[in-house]
Design a protein around this ligand. Structure first.
Ligand code: NDP
Ligand code: 2IT
Length: 446
């Protein structure tokens, strides 16, 4: 590491104490940018790195609401508007008890480069709350969303900041959030949120986009090796939006998904996961993955979600949460001859796990490239909203596929150009950074 990048990282850590996930995300990106600063001294002169690690704006607010028993509850709301060099801030909202400002900043920082890779005009942001949707009634979810939006509305807009879903925020929550926004601003600004319902401004294929996009990118990497997903055994963590639609696309391409999980544990079905059952449990009943075994005696449940990586497989797709795959899990995958790891979640592999994959030449699709299909399709939803049009499923999916193929291409070309052939993580970081950095240079010191 050069003195320059070391100093920027040290200052960032000192200025943001007790935010380990944020530090991890910044270090991972900055370390891979070293050759960029050697080759392009103008970025250093323009203070790009010092500026890019500091969010443009951070908003924190109180979210009071009344539960079904009549008790007043108070949660904390966040929106970090990280970088607007390429377009309005864009990124999801996460509702999970683990949410704090450091988590939202790590996600917002990653979002800047991911969004740049999509080639669409979107800046980076992220938000959410430490609200726990688990076990809450529909009425409680609605009142919480309304209260959250009653504060957030003043900070967002179709040309300013466009939130969407993430963990704990899906179609239902986006509906309640949009309803409240519309009521307060007294205008139908469809482009203020993405992931909307299909008959009121939502885009076909947005629900499927992150999982499908992940699998398109994985298929592209395998194609380069003269291989494909067909007949591969695949382990996928999580059983939410990303995991479900990654499973659907793997199955469509002839692969066999043998395990899915949630925070309570994993199910292993050697005959292949029956996705209809999972959709019924997760999307309709909002139940737990262990309920799967009640209907499929071929499957077994293990009450330890991190042990999912001990299962013998060809492809591993972590699609649950940050740091869910550690060094030991990475070693277990390698010992079982895994050939590819694709990150559907944001920062699911720890830095040590990534080292293990690198040392063993495992094909590795980093989150910023691999899960960019969701936000790319959100940008396509924004386009449709601006045009007051609704595209067909085939048109959206075709556009998404093209974007994923392009992300693979620019990430691998950039890695090669900077002397790190095959390192898609470095390639994606550098390619995303260059787009944002050039825009920041041209827009002056702001
Ligand atoms: P969902 O809320 O739909 O599903 C999340 C899944 O991950 C659930 O099965 C959940 O289990 C599990 N999970 C969450 N936290 C933990 C934890 N601490 N330990 C174990 N399991 C956990 O979210 P998404 O599918 O939308 O998001 C999954 C990941 O993908 C996240 O990292 C998100 O940032 C990322 N992502 C999402 C995109 C999108 O478009 N939705 C786009 C790009 C990335 P449980 O129900 O038990 O909590
Ligand atoms: O992490 C992500 O890219 C998302 N949660 C999707 C963001 C979006 O604006 O669609």
């Amino acid at each position: 590491m050069s003195q320059y990048t070391t100093r920027v990282i040290e200052e960032m850590m000192e200025r943001n104490p007790n935010q380990p996930e944020f530090h991890q995300a910044i270090k991972e990106v900055v370390e891979s940018l070293e050759p960029v600063f050697e080759k392009n001294p103008e970025y250093k002169e323009a203070g790009i790195l010092e500026r890019i690690v500091e969010p443009e704006r951070q908003i924190m607010f109180r979210v009071p609401w009344v539960d079904d028993e009549g008790n007043v509850q108070v949660n904390r709301g966040f929106r970090v508007q990280y970088n607007s060099a390429l377009g309005p801030y864009k990124g999801g909202l996460r509702f999970h008890p683990s949410v704090n400002v450091g988590i939202i900043k790590f996600l917002g920082f990653e979002q800047i480069f991911k969004n740049a890779l999509t080639g669409r005009p979107i800046g980076g942001g992220k938000g959410g709350s430490d609200f726990d949707p688990k076990g809450k009634s529909d009425g409680e979810i609605m009142r919480f969303c309304q209260s959250f939006m009653t504060e957030l509305y003043r900070h967002i807009g179709p040309d300013l900041d466009v939130p969407a879903g993430d963990i704990g925020v899906g179609g239902r929550e986006i509906g309640y959030l949009f309803g409240q926004y519309k009521r307060i601003v007294n205008a139908y600004e469809a482009g203020v949120l993405t992931g909307k319902g299909l008959n009121w401004g939502g885009s076909l294929a947005r629900t499927e986009a992150t999982g499908y996009g992940l699998v398109y990118l994985v298929e592209e990497m395998l194609k380069e090796q003269g291989d494909s997903i067909a007949d591969k055994e695949v382990v996928i963590s999580g059983s939410g939006n990303v995991a479900i639609y990654a499973t659907e696309k793997v199955q469509e391409l002839g692969g066999k998904v043998v395990a899915l999980s949630d925070s309570g544990g994993y199910v292993y079905d050697p005959e292949g996961i029956k996705l209809d059952t999972v959709k019924e449990i997760k999307e309709v009943r909002r139940g737990r993955i262990k309920e799967y075994v009640e209907e499929h005696p071929s499957a077994e449940f293990t009450a330890d979600s991190s042990a999912i990586w001990q299962i013998d497989c060809d492809i591993a797709l972590p699609c649950a949460t940050q740091n869910e795959l550690n060094e030991e899990s990475a070693q277990a995958l390698v010992d079982n001859d895994v050939i590819l790891v694709g990150e559907g979640a944001n920062m699911p592999s720890t830095p040590k796990a990534i080292e293990v994959f690198k040392e063993n030449s495992i094909l590795f699709a980093p989150a910023k490239a691999a899960n960019a299909g969701g936000v790319a399709t959100s940008a396509i939803e924004m386009t449709q909203n601006s045009m007051r049009e609704s595209w067909t499923f085939e048109r959206v999916e075709g556009t998404l596929k093209g974007i994923m193929i392009n992300i693979h291409k620019i990430s691998s070309q950039t890695a090669k150009e900077y002397g790190m052939e095959g390192d898609l993580a470095a390639g994606a970081n550098i390619a995303g950074f260059l787009k944002v950095a050039d825009a920041m240079v041209e827009q002056g010191v702001i």
